[in-house]
Design a protein around this ligand. Structure first.
Ligand code: KIV
Length: 290
């Protein structure tokens, strides 16, 4: 049996228990979340000790090269969730509910959340916005599935928000945002993502909420942080948003490696003897005779 990592309150040899997040907030210990979209990345995130993995619909942009998250389908998230849950053992895996998978009715929301848990292996789901999403969140929680809320910049409805820009920058909007977060908490959400909001607003929301807040572009006062895999590792196209801190230059490392591979193939330096298979001498002779 493996030892309990010091940062967790309860003994845990396998999957991190959901109440640990609340406990981390209580002890003012930061919660670490990152997105991942496949098994090897999930395994690495697990090895690095992250607490939560989000199978985000950001995949639509950073993996599938789309302009927005809107076209992402439930089937895509379902596939990726299956891959991620094969790679990640300890972190809590949260599957994003893509646009169109929960807006129509509580029944639609429950049905699709059940698929993400039952077929995808997710531990929880995430949906965006307050308003009608509050009733959807409550319906999913009542069906026995943990839900994470998401307010502030909600990329699925970025057009309504006037684009990919910071939210809650007026007193009125800041108040609405905190009200949405409180309603999601009352609906039973176990945590709320705050995306692209002023740090002062995120601080007030974090204080007002009993459940943990996970910030992205929301300053340092939230209970935890989330970053998109490709952005933080330098593996995305174009400029990452200003709130991203880049921890590696994987894209450059890949271009360099592929460049050296191409050079070796063209010069004949690869493959070498060690990369090839031999035949027993007598078989080779027989083969040559034929
Ligand atoms: O899809 C995603 O990656 C997200 C995070 C930015 C929170 O929703």
């Amino acid at each position: 049996m493996s030892d309990k990592p010091a940062r967790y309150a309860s003994w845990t040899s396998g999957k991190l228990a959901l109440p640990e997040l609340q406990e981390l907030k209580r002890r003012s210990e930061k919660i670490v979340m990152v997105t991942a979209y496949d098994a090897p990345s999930a395994r690495l995130a697990d090895a690095a000790g992250v607490d939560l993995i989000l199978v985000g619909d950001s995949s639509g942009m950073v993996v599938h090269g789309r302009e927005s998250t809107v076209p992402v389908t439930l089937e895509e998230i379902l596939f990726m969730t299956q891959w991620v849950t094969r790679g990640a053992k300890r972190p809590i895996v949260v599957a994003d509910m893509p646009f169109g998978s929960y807006e129509t009715s509580n029944e639609q929301a429950i049905g699709n959340a059940v698929r993400l848990v039952k077929e995808g292996g997710a531990d929880a789901v995430k949906l965006e916005r307050g308003g009608t999403s509050v009733a959807r969140a409550k319906a999913i929680v009542d069906a026995g599935i943990p839900v994470m809320g998401h307010v502030g910049l909600t990329p699925q409805t970025a057009t309504v928000l006037g684009g990919f820009k910071a939210q809650g920058r007026t007193a009125g909007r800041a108040q609405e945002l905190i009200r949405d977060a409180l309603e999601l908490q009352a609906a039973g959400c176990f945590a709320i993502v705050l995306e692209a909001v002023p740090s002062t607003v995120a601080r007030a929301a974090t204080k007002a909420l009993a459940v943990p807040t996970i910030g992205i572009g929301a300053g340092a006062a939230t209970d935890g942080q989330v970053l998109v895999w490709h952005d933080m590792l330098g593996y995305s196209e174009g400029h990452a948003p200003r709130f991203v801190k880049r921890y590696a230059d994987i894209g450059d490392a890949i271009v360099d490696a592929l460049g050296r591979y191409a050079e070796d193939v063209r010069s004949g330096a690869f493959p070498e003897e060690q990369h090839t298979y031999a035949m027993p001498a007598e078989e080779l002779k027989a083969f040559e005779r034929r």
